[in-house]
Design a protein around this ligand. Sequence first.
Ligand code: NAD
Ligand code: ZN
Ligand code: ZN
Length: 399
Amino acid sequence: MHAVVWHEIGDIRLEEVPEPQIKQPTDAIVRLTSSAICGTDLHFIRGTVSNMVEGTILGHEGVGVVEKVGSNVRNFKEGDRVVIPSTIACGYCSYCRAGYYAQCDNANPNGKDAGTAYYGGPKDSGPFNGLQCEKALIPFASVGMVKVPDEVNDSKAIMLSDIFPTGYFGADMARIKPGHTVAIFGCGPVGQFAIASAKLMDAGRIFAIDAIDSRLEMAKNQGAEVIDFAEEDPVQTLRELTGEIGPDCIIDAVGVDASTSEKESRSKEGEKFKKEVEEIAPKANPRNSNWHPGNAPSQALEWAIKAIAKAGTLSIIGVYPPTMQYFPIGQAMNKNLRINGGNCNHRKYIPILLEKAKSGEIDPEKILTNEVNLVSAIDAYKSFDKREEGWIKVMLTPS
Ligand SMILES: NC(=O)c1ccc[n+]([C@@H]2O[C@H](COP(=O)([O-])OP(=O)(O)OC[C@H]3O[C@@H](n4cnc5c(N)ncnc54)[C@H](O)[C@@H]3O)[C@@H](O)[C@H]2O)c1
Ligand SMILES: [Zn+2]
Ligand SMILES: [Zn+2]
């Protein structure tokens, strides 16, 4: 079958690989009808999240049809249409039972303190082969798949595998109450769903910060008040537009590949960011215009801490590697902030969001901008990596 395979930093390929086989009675095999490319995949190719194992199939978003189930998978049968939560979880440990699927004690073969288990990630996340392929092995399948109602087509359902639950998780952790003023750093697909989720939670005002026109445009179409950080200082503008108070809640939907403005990168701050990049991504391997790490890893966090209202809540869903040490803790402590963060507990939110998609309360398909055949995945990756105008969320369909 065809699959997108990670070889080294700066080198991914479309290859022919063997089809997966059931190994445990709790496994299932799903024939994928859709997958997608996530901003997280870019960290692995840019080298800002390390420890990938050569030969790992990339991707952690998938919708498909159950082809086979192990003898201990009692709630699914061949032919069921399912969405696959990105994080892998056992469903029976105390963490899973409390909804902390991303902190499952049993799913990660490296042990219970190794971190979140997920598809297509580095060694410390499993490693598990990912979902940018034609068929996938689903461990702990009785909780690792969710049935998709007929009313929800693939273009909607694929958004529920990772990015809609993550945006919703971000808004949930930001403790948005009706009327609150919210700011979202990053208008990539995850940021777009954070905006949509803040709306579902009745935020009073929503600000959205990025520097890419088509992404700011999409945010504006959702009703957000947009700020282009290449044109203006986002901290100053956020404070000015909120009576010098700042937003009650801020969501970081950027992560380690953050970039900064021309002006900032030429200042003393820029020197500090350069050191951060050297430390975080020593093996970066850019090729022509692709796979460049962001030039300011801690920029979004710094702006967020400066802009947020006193006693506000910061919610971090942008991904940072465990090795990252930069965070303005002094300013955060002195503002009495509440800080939440983490990998999404996808399985907790997917059923809630499927219901909203089914009823039409929200149309997740609105964030999807490109549909590409799996065989053209590498070119699609390049366009998404370069953040070409209009390339916001890419769905991959095996032929
Ligand atoms: N926590 C989770 O479970 C989870 C799940 C999925 C994705 N993620 C992470 O969420 C982040 C966003 O994912 P995505 O798919 O939207 O990625 P993306 O790379 O498409 O989007 C990131 C956006 O941030 C913008 N940006 C860069 N620097 C910025 C800055 N200083 N201020 C404001 N905006 C800035 C970029 O222009 C881009 O539009 C990534 O770090 C990804 O790894 C986390
Ligand atoms: Zn993702
Ligand atoms: Zn568990």
